[in-house]
Write a protein that binds this ligand. Structure first.
Ligand SMILES: [Zn+2]
Length: 246
C-alpha cells in the first residue's frame, strides 16, 4: 500500500498521467475490503449463530449451573464465569456490506478490528455448548462423590422428609432434573456445610419437666429453653437437628 501511494505522489508531483497508479490503489482497496470482510464474517455471528447464542444464554443447564455456583461454595464458580466471559466475547454483526468499507476502514456497525480480536476464531459456539454440558456433568459428579462420605450419608437422614426424597432421587438418577428444585440445592448445601445431630434423652425431658411436679407455663418455658441451651450451646441453629434418643 505504501509503495503504491508513493508512486502516486510522485506521479502527481511530476504532473504525469497517474491512472495506472490509481488503478493499483483501487485494486489494493478491493483486496483490503475482501480480506476485511472475510475476517469480519469469521469473527462475527450471523443471524443463525446469534440465535444459537441466545439459545445458550437461555439454556436450562446454564441456569442450573448459575444456581449451583451461587449457593454451593465447594463448586469452582470461576470456571462458569470464564465460560460466560467467552460467550460474551461473541459479537453479532451481519450488517456489513462492501459499500460500508468504501469510505471507512472498519465496520461502521461493530467497529471490528482484526488485530485486536485475533484469538477469537479459536472458539466456536458448538465448543461452548459442549463445555456447558460437561460442566454440569462435572459438578453433578463432584456433588455425588461428596455424598459417598459416610458423615454426609448419615446426615441425609436428618433432613426434612421432602428434602430427603429430593436428595435420594438425585443420588439414584445421578443427574439433576431441570430446572433444579431450589429445595434440593438448599438440602445439598445443608449437607455439605455439615449438620450436627443433637440428641435429647427421655431422662433429660423428664428432668426438664421437674419429674412430674406441677410447673407453670412460664417455668416450663424457662426449663425448656435451658435444656436447649445446654444441649445445643452456641452452635448455629440452622445446622442443628434435635432428635429424641429412644
Ligand atoms: Zn460488523
Amino acid at each position: 500500500m505504501d509503495a503504491a501511494l508513493y508512486d502516486l505522489s510522485i506521479a502527481l508531483k511530476e504532473g504525469e498521467d497517474y491512472s495506472s497508479e490509481s488503478r493499483t490503489i483501487e485494486q489494493l482497496k478491493d483486496e483490503y475490503i475482501r480480506l476485511y470482510m472475510e475476517l469480519h464474517d469469521k469473527s462475527r455471528l450471523n443471524a443463525t449463530q446469534d440465535m444459537k447464542k441466545s439459545g445458550l444464554l437461555n439454556d436450562q443447564r446454564l441456569k442450573a449451573l448459575r444456581e449451583l455456583a451461587q449457593k454451593i461454595d465447594i463448586l469452582p464458580n470461576q470456571v462458569l464465569s470464564e465460560w460466560q466471559r467467552r460467550l460474551d466475547s461473541f459479537i453479532t454483526c451481519y450488517q456489513l456490506k462492501r459499500e460500508d468499507l468504501q469510505h471507512s476502514a472498519t465496520c461502521p456497525h461493530c467497529k471490528f478490528r482484526p488485530k485486536e480480536e485475533a484469538s477469537l476464531n479459536q472458539f466456536k459456539l458448538e465448543t461452548l455448548e459442549d463445555e456447558l454440558g460437561e460442566l454440569l456433568n462435572n459438578w453433578t459428579n463432584t456433588l455425588l462423590n461428596n455424598f459417598n462420605d459416610p458423615t454426609i450419608k448419615e446426615n441425609i437422614a436428618l433432613l426434612r422428609p421432602e428434602q430427603q426424597e429430593l436428595v435420594q432421587q438425585f443420588i439414584s438418577q445421578k443427574s439433576f432434573s431441570l430446572p433444579i428444585d431450589l429445595r434440593l440445592i438448599q438440602a445439598i448445601n445443608d449437607l455439605l456445610k455439615g449438620i450436627n445431630k443433637v440428641e435429647i434423652t427421655l431422662d433429660q425431658i423428664t428432668d426438664m419437666m421437674a419429674n412430674g411436679s406441677p410447673l407453670t407455663v412460664e417455668e416450663l418455658r424457662r426449663r425448656f429453653e435451658m435444656l436447649i441451651q445446654q444441649t445445643v450451646g452456641n452452635q448455629p441453629t440452622n445446622r442443628i437437628r434435635v432428635m429424641l434418643k429412644k
